[in-house]
Design a protein around this ligand. Structure first.
Ligand code: SF4
Ligand code: SF4
Length: 126
């Protein structure tokens, strides 16, 4: 992982990827949420896992409306981990092929107006 600060045009903060090593994956755990997976991304993640797309969909995805989201594992009541988060290792097990939503975190348009919420969640925000 890069040890350089990441900045994106239009965002009032920078991100330090080194923070992820100590953090324990707060963005992959916590309250239940949607982790969208595009239809185009399905074959890539499935291949990474050595699975057929159909198997991958059945095992790891849920339908939400007309879209797919990653399943979650309940840790305790009200607390969930993404199905691909490994608590022992403290990291994502599909990191090289993770969905776009994970890849673009923490630079989501939503956080332009909710920076405080992001700062409370992610220790890498500067
Ligand atoms: S919450 Fe921030 S620091 Fe923690 S793993 Fe996610 S991106 Fe990295
Ligand atoms: S796919 Fe990986 S990066 Fe995305 S939420 Fe799940 S564990 Fe985290």
């Amino acid at each position: 992982m890069s040890d350089r600060l990441i900045e994106e045009r239009g965002f009032g903060y920078a991100f330090d990827p080194k923070a992820c090593e100590e953090c324990g994956g707060k963005c992959c755990t916590g309250e239940s949420g949607k982790i969208w997976v595009s239809v185009q991304k399905i074959p890539e993640i499935a291949a990474f896992l050595g699975m057929k797309s159909e198997e991958f969909i059945n095992e790891y995805l849920e339908k939400s409306g007309y879209r797919f989201t990653l399943k979650e594992k309940m840790v305790v009541k009200g607390e969930y981990d993404c199905i691909f988060f490994d608590r022992l290792l403290g990291r994502c097990t599909i990191y090289p092929v993770r969905p776009m939503q994970c890849r673009t975190f923490p630079f989501w348009d939503y956080f332009k107006d909710h920076e405080e919420e992001l700062r409370n969640e992610c220790p890498g925000i500067l």
